[in-house]
Write a new protein. Structure first.
Length: 477
C-alpha cells in the first residue's frame, strides 16, 4: 500500500527516486518551499495511474510526467494562464490555480472518473481517426517536440507535446497536428482554449516562430455514442502565437519571481465559460423553480391552494438569496422542495482542501459507479478497469464544516441549489407518479400558461410498488 512519497521510494529502493526527484525540483526556475514539495510528492504518490496497471513502476513514471509539467506552461495550461490578458474567461482552471500548481503549493489536478474515462477514450479516438482517414503517426515529427520542449531560447516556458502528428498513407502531402478529445457530448463547437492549445504546440515545433505552421491543425472529437471521430480544423492564426509568446512570458516570469507570492488582481479568477452554474440572483430561474414546485404539489392537493402556500413558504428564495441556507431549509414543511448546496468547481476545491493540510478523499462520500451505462460498457470492452470508472463525490456538509473551521470563504465554490422531490412514499403521490410518468418540466407548463388543474389523473388498481418506495424522484434545475 503506497500512502506517501516515502512508501513509493521504498517500493523500489534501487531507483534512487528520493535524490533524483529533489535534485530535479532544486533545478526548477520557480521558488518552491520544501514543505510544499513534500505535500505535493505525497499527494502525487497516491494517485493511481490512468489506464495502466497500478504498480510502483507505473506510479513513478506518472510522477515524473507530472514533475516535467512543472518546467513551464503546457498546451492545456496556456490559454487559461493568459486569459485575463486576452480579456476572456478561463476555460477550465483559473490563472491563480495554475500559478500555485507550478509553485507546488497545490497538487496536480486529480481527475474524476469522467476525466479518466476521457483519457482512455482519447486512445480509442486516435485509432479510429487514423483508420478512417488512412493516417499514420509521423514519429520523426513527434521527436521534434521532445527535442524542442523547454529548450527554445527566450521561450523556455513552452513545454509539452501534442497527442499526434499524422501523415497520409495514401501519399497526400503535408502533416496534420492532431489533438484528441472525448467529451460527454459532441456538438460541433470548439472552445478557444483548444485552438490556443494547438497553436502552442505549433510554436514548439517551429522554435517559437508564430508565422509558420507545421501544416493543418485539427481537434479530433470522439463521439462514443456513434463510434466515430469528428475532426474540426483550426485555421492558423499568427496573432494567437504572438499572444502566447508575449503573455505567456509575462505569466511565467511571475511564476519564477521569488518576490511575487500571489498573482496581481488583474489575474483574478474569472469563471470558466464551460461551467454553467445556477446563480440565485437569476430571478427568472427562481420563478421557474417556484412554479415547478407548485405544479408538483398540485398533484397532491389542488393547484391554486398549493401555489399560494408554496409561494409563501419559498418566499425567502426571492427575499434573501445570500442567506438562503441559513434557516430557510429547516422552515420549509413541504416535502417536495429541498434547498441544498452544490459544489461548482471540484478541482479548485480539492486543491484548496489539500493546501490546508487535508486529504480531499477524507471529505468524500463512498465511491459508486457512474450511471452512464453506455460509457461504462464501452470502456470495459476497451480494456478499462472497473476501478477507473468509479466516481467520488464530496460530502458537502463535511466540506463546509472543514472550510468554516479553517476560516475559508467558500461562496464562489459552493452555491445554493434547489431541487424538487415528490415524496414518493406518500400513498397520494406514488400512484400518480406511476400513472402519469411525467417529469417536472412538462408539469410546469400548465402554470406558465395560466392553466389550472381540474382533476387528478385516474389511477388503475393494478399499479404496483416500484423503486419509488426506496428513492425519492428528483427533478433538479
Amino acid at each position: 500500500m503506497i500512502g506517501n512519497f516515502k512508501d513509493l521510494c521504498e517500493a523500489i529502493p534501487e531507483s534512487g527516486l528520493n535524490d533524483s526527484v529533489y535534485d530535479f525540483i532544486n533545478k526548477l526556475q520557480q521558488p518552491i518551499k520544501r514543505k510544499d514539495a513534500e505535500n505535493w510528492l505525497n499527494f502525487a504518490a497516491r494517485m493511481r495511474p490512468i489506464g495502466e496497471k497500478d504498480t510502483p513502476e507505473a506510479r513513478i513514471a506518472q510522477m515524473w510526467w507530472l514533475l516535467l509539467r512543472l518546467r513551464g506552461l503546457g498546451g492545456s495550461d496556456i490559454h487559461d494562464a493568459i486569459s485575463p490578458s486576452l480579456g476572456v474567461s478561463a476555460g477550465f482552471q483559473s490563472p491563480s490555480i495554475i500559478f500555485d500548481q507550478k509553485r507546488m503549493k497545490l497538487p496536480p489536478l486529480m481527475g474524476d472518473a469522467r476525466m479518466r474515462a476521457g483519457t482512455l477514450l482519447e486512445k480509442v479516438a486516435q485509432s479510429i481517426y487514423q483508420m478512417d482517414f488512412k493516417m499514420v503517426t509521423c514519429e520523426e515529427s513527434m521527436s521534434v517536440f521532445l527535442k524542442n520542449s523547454g529548450n527554445i531560447p527566450g521561450y523556455e516556458f513552452l513545454i509539452g507535446n501534442p497527442d499526434d502528428v499524422v501523415v497520409s498513407l495514401e501519399g497526400f502531402p503535408g502533416k496534420t497536428l492532431s489533438d484528441y478529445k472525448a467529451p460527454a457530448n459532441v456538438d460541433g463547437s470548439n472552445p478557444l482554449s483548444y485552438e490556443y492549445q494547438l497553436h502552442h504546440y505549433d510554436l514548439i515545433y517551429n522554435n517559437g516562430n508564430p508565422d509558420v505552421s507545421i501544416g493543418k491543425k485539427m481537434d479530433v472529437y470522439y463521439d462514443h455514442s456513434k463510434g466515430i471521430t469528428v475532426p474540426i480544423e483550426v485555421d492558423h492564426d499568427p496573432e494567437k502565437g504572438r499572444n502566447i509568446l508575449k503573455h505567456g512570458s509575462l505569466f511565467w516570469d511571475m511564476v519564477c519571481n521569488k518576490n511575487i507570492e500571489n498573482l496581481p488582481e488583474t489575474y483574478a479568477f474569472k469563471e470558466p465559460v464551460s461551467k454553467k452554474y445556477f446563480h440565485m440572483e437569476n430571478v427568472d430561474k427562481i420563478h421557474m423553480i417556484e412554479m415547478e414546485a407548485m405544479r408538483i404539489s398540485a398533484l397532491v392537493d389542488t393547484a391554486n391552494k398549493a401555489k399560494d402556500e408554496l409561494k409563501e413558504i419559498a418566499s425567502p428564495l426571492m427575499a434573501a438569496p445570500d442567506g438562503l441556507l441559513n434557516g430557510v431549509k429547516d422552515n420549509i414543511e413541504v416535502s417536495i422542495l429541498r434547498l441544498t448546496q452544490k459544489i461548482s468547481d471540484e478541482a479548485e476545491l480539492s486543491s484548496i482542501i489539500f493546501a490546508n493540510g487535508q486529504d480531499p478523499s477524507a471529505l468524500m462520500k463512498a465511491s459508486s459507479y457512474w450511471d452512464d451505462v453506455k460509457l461504462k460498457d464501452f470502456l470495459e470492452k476497451a480494456g478499462a478497469k472497473p476501478s477507473d470508472l468509479k466516481k467520488q463525490e464530496f460530502n458537502v456538509e463535511k466540506v463546509v464544516q472543514f472550510l468554516q473551521e479553517k476560516g475559508i470563504n467558500y461562496d464562489r465554490m459552493i452555491k445554493p441549489s434547489v431541487s424538487v422531490f415528490p415524496n414518493s412514499k406518500k400513498k397520494t403521490v406514488k400512484p400518480i407518479l406511476e400513472a402519469t410518468k411525467m417529469d417536472a418540466r412538462s408539469l410546469v407548463s400548465d402554470f406558465i400558461n395560466g392553466k389550472e388543474i381540474e382533476s387528478i389523473p385516474e389511477v388503475k388498481d393494478d399499479v404496483k410498488d416500484s423503486a419509488l418506495d426506496d428513492e425519492p424522484q428528483a427533478f433538479s434545475m
